[in-house]
Design a protein around this ligand. Structure first.
Ligand code: S3P
Length: 170
């Protein structure tokens, strides 16, 4: 089986849904942000603070390339993975891309108390989140193979839906 890449904004549930989907499919779950932390021995916050976003994006692409050389994996990506065309091409060639689409209201509810989202360390994080979504919406939409709406659904419900749609009712 090819890889299943979960894309979407921070707070869309990629990691928790990915865990559930990997259980259903009985395959490995991989989280790109976790691999970046392992590889660099730094937290995502520290990488952004000390090395900057451009450096983070380089490591992110490197780690994606490593993961993409394997198969049979559910891969939770970071929200910005779609910023580089080469990342989208890599995912497309090595698997299917599943977009977890979430409304700005629900995203904000889920991330407003989080401290591990460096891009939201601004004066007005709610506006920053909305700006990021506005800038990226088109990239998520055009990268996706399939789309699933996640508002009001648990990660298990979303995973069940992906499983049924992509792997059972075909
Ligand atoms: C980012 C999302 C984060 C993490 C980094 C950058 C983004 O991952 O990769 O903070 O650009 O949206 P999550 O989407 O898992 O929060």
């Amino acid at each position: 089986m090819k890889n299943i890449y979960l894309i979407g904004m921070m707070g869309s549930g990629k990691t928790s849904t990915g865990h559930e989907l990997a259980k259903l499919l009985r395959i490995r779950f991989v989280d790109l942000d976790d691999l970046i932390v392992e590889e660099t021995h730094q937290s995502i916050n520290d990488i952004f603070k000390k090395e900057g976003e451009a450096y983070f994006r380089c490591i992110e692409s490197e780690v994606l390339n490593q993961v993409a050389s394997g198969s049979d994996q559910v891969v939770a990506t970071g929200g910005g993975i779609i910023l580089k065309t080469e990342n989208v091409e890599k995912m497309n060639h090595t698997g299917i891309i599943v977009y977890l689409k979430t409304s700005i209201e629900v995203l904000w509810e889920r991330v407003k108390t989080a401290t591990d989202r460096p891009l939201l360390k601004t004066k007005n994080p709610q506006k920053t989140l909305a700006d990021i979504l506005r800038d990226r919406a088109f990239l998520y939409e055009s990268a996706k193979t399939k789309i699933f709406l996640t508002d009001q659904k648990s990660p298990k419900e979303v995973a069940d839906e992906i499983y049924r749609t992509c792997f059972v009712d075909r």
